[in-house]
Design a binder for this molecule. Sequence first.
Ligand SMILES: [Zn+2]
Ligand SMILES: [Zn+2]
Length: 177
Amino acid sequence: MFLDVKDLAVRKLRIRKIYAPGSIDYHTSEIKQVAPVEVTATAELLEGQIRIEGQLETKIEMVCARCLEPVIEDVNRSFDLFYAPLPKGAKPKEDRLKDDDTEIGFFEGDGLFLADVLREQVLLALPLKVICQSDCRGLCPNCGANLNHEECRCETHATDPRLAPLARLKQDWLKKQ
Ligand SMILES: [Zn+2]
Ligand SMILES: [Zn+2]
């Protein structure tokens, strides 16, 4: 859905839309939308700026930071956003909607795509890291086994690194016998 300033200049727009998984490109393979993005919002033109106010809901699959198993995050976010026309002569940024210095984003040309706005809001709503359960035991750094599901041999044979030279001495001694 394209929010065109010319339309918004005529009337405020009421938005009720559903974006199925796959219809918004998050530009990352680390997250996956696993439920529709349901959005209700209003869009209007206020003193030359596009104002988008509303709420969205979806579910996003991330991976556990410890064991890499999938974790589903419920996303529920309200927003009240302003987008100003990109000043003429300003260099378009890689992400034209974002400006780190202010709360105001920018749009180029005739307006902006609602999907771009939603992508940004979903990403902002997500925590940087998730874990599948508070006592997730993670992966064995040696063999990669998921320690929530299995014990691995490395763990039972793990030695204090400070004792490793002793262990080697003992092995050598055993070999000589
Ligand atoms: Zn985990
Ligand atoms: Zn292991």
